[in-house]
Write a protein that binds this ligand. Sequence first.
Ligand SMILES: Cc1ncc(COP(=O)(O)O)c(C=O)c1O
Length: 389
Amino acid sequence: MQFNFDKIIERTGTNSVKYDLRDIIFKKPDVVPMWVADMDFETPEFIRDAVIKRAEHPIYGYSFRDDAYYQSIIGWIEMLHGWKTEKDWLIFTPGIVPAVNFAVLAFTNPGDKIIVQPPVYFPFFTAVEKHNRILVHNQLQKNDTSYQIDFELLEEQAKDAKMIILSNPHNPVGRAWSVDELLKIGDICLKNSVLIVSDEIHADLVLPGNKHNVMANLTEKIADITITMHAASKTFNLAGLATSTVIISNEDLRKTYQTFVQNLHIEMGNVFGKIATQAAFEHGWAWRIQMLEYVNQNVDLVCHFFAEKLPRIKVYKPEATYMIWIDFSRLGLKDEILKEKMIFEAGVGLNAGIDFGPGGSQFMRMNVACPRETVITALEKIDAVFHNL
Ligand SMILES: Cc1ncc(COP(=O)(O)O)c(C=O)c1O
């Protein structure tokens, strides 16, 4: 079956963060919205059908997760990533950002040092700082085409850190970390007793020709210090259903995490999140492949556009995620000016790189999980403003 990713779907008036908060976020309600990690593709029919079928039953009472739910997750992860997990290892959380915050609270104390790798998904910063832990920046190093980890710095920082929060694959720089890179992180963490939180929400969004490596699937020793986070939400456009999974094979760590979650009484979740997640993982194989091929063509389009029309603006071609990390630094514009030009002159709503912490200044992040027509419109608008700069 062929799926149609070109279809434009009107989203205004649905309380969509991406569309209906543009006036608040950008102070310009008609920017082409290519910011928050939310797709403009319709959630596939096999998921909508399952949700509608359940919604037609007139009672939405408390519900539990049955065996089929767990098997759908276990089967998907094994088939796609070759990682064999067990039902007991899986813990429900209402989103990955809450799950990261729970890990910080469950395993560290105020004053403990926690490492992150900026420029990175900014809720990692608040997950550390809002709970009075100390943020340690293991800033990624860039060359002309890609980003690398500063292992020398990490060796030093790990000596007195309690935890590292990884974005694997990395948002926003788009790296799908290699086995070698992850093993090196794992070795440093093992040597220094640093717990690893591996946020793998983008695991299923690795673009053609690249591979996702599950941190906890590398060695048993690494698995023993790793808390993995996974969800169907990014891949199948279900973020509004607030459903995700934390996977911990180490029994002691799992008990600690589970007790924390149980004490907050949030394990129940919502009935539609369960139904949608199960349908995604049971029926989503072909849809995901076609969606990623389409996204990859959007990525190529953006890369070619900048290379040909605006070569001073450099694109870091992602290996994973539907986000493109774009370097405007050669234009020499201050962040505020760059942002204003993009919003008020070009009329395009991107994420400002500066929000992703050190290394993000003079960058912008573009979400290309949208119909090609939207990408073309945005690129034309950007060209009209930036071609003389
Ligand atoms: C790395 C990363 N983690 C977590 C999230 C959001 O997770 P959730 O909506 O499940 O809290 C995102 C969304 O963009 C993300 O990029």
